[in-house]
Design a binder for this molecule. Structure first.
Ligand SMILES: O=C(CO)COP(=O)(O)O
Length: 250
């Protein structure tokens, strides 16, 4: 049995005061038995969030990291620094980072290794553009991105990875994959993980859907056996909406 995981990706939203006020609002309510609930916030809010979730089952994640532990990398943050703060998860390879910050499959792989080195769990994002979808390349793109991201991991590490399948055309657009389509692609990603790491590992890896997930459609996705949760942008920013997402994953 895989524990469903709802992760809010706040992207570049919320001040420290707004972030802590959010936790006060959702405490208790976004804590549902059998569902893991993670808030992935901008770096600036992470220390306050780690404090605010103490004594709750809520977890905190970052949205990126650098693969080196330290060095002359102006503006970057290392896995060692995130671990030092008490962060649990880190999003790696989000399509916005791939598109706007030149994130490559190779860098994603280095970051995944860095996350494990420092005891952080990676949420690895994969997904196709509209052009790739229309050209029938969805599964190929997801296979290449997933295999590259997980390259060189031990079976034990691979089993702990969370993959987020986020079709780029569904992010922030109000358009979603159908639940069946998302489940098909996610099933295929699991097959490829099985081909590389074996069925036992593939059976443990949690694979989320992401892209315009809202309280009114979360249940459709969660009804699919292969979909283990959601990575949510816009609808994770409002406390009431976030609580409904976590409840919808039960
Ligand atoms: O990019 C996403 C989560 O990482 C999805 O964003 P939206 O839920 O706003 O479409």
């Amino acid at each position: 049995m895989r524990t469903p995981i709802i992760a809010g990706n706040w992207k570049m939203f919320k001040t420290v005061a707004e972030a802590t006020a959010f936790i006060q609002e959702v405490k208790g309510k976004a804590e549902v038995d059998g569902v893991e609930s993670v808030i992935c916030a901008p770096y600036t809010s992470l220390p306050a969030l780690v404090q605010a979730v103490k004594g709750t089952t809520l977890k905190v994640g970052a949205q990126n990291l650098h693969w080196e532990d330290s060095g002359a990398f102006t503006g970057e943050i290392s896995g060692a620094m995130l671990k030092d703060l008490g962060v649990d998860y880190v999003i790696i390879g989000h399509s916005e980072r791939r598109a706007y910050f030149a994130e490559t499959d190779e860098n994603v792989n280095k970051k995944v290794h860095a996350a494990f080195k420092h005891g952080l769990l990676p949420i690895v994002c994969v997904g196709e553009s509209l052009e790739e979808r229309e050209a029938g390349k969805t599964k190929d793109v997801c296979r290449v991105q997933t295999e590259a991201a997980l390259q060189g991991l031990s079976a034990e590490q691979a089993a702990q990875v969370v993959v987020a399948y986020e079709p780029i055309w569904a992010i922030g657009t109000g358009k979603t994959s159908t639940a069946q389509d998302a489940a098909d692609v996610i099933g295929y990603i699991r097959e490829r993980i099985s081909a590389v790491f074996g069925g036992e590992v593939a059976g443990k890896v949690r694979i989320q859907y992401g892209g315009s997930v809202k309280p009114n459609n979360i249940r459709e996705f969660m009804q699919k056996e292969d979909i283990d949760g959601a990575l949510v942008g816009g609808a994770s920013l409002e406390p009431a909406s976030y609580v409904q997402l976590v409840e919808g994953a039960r």
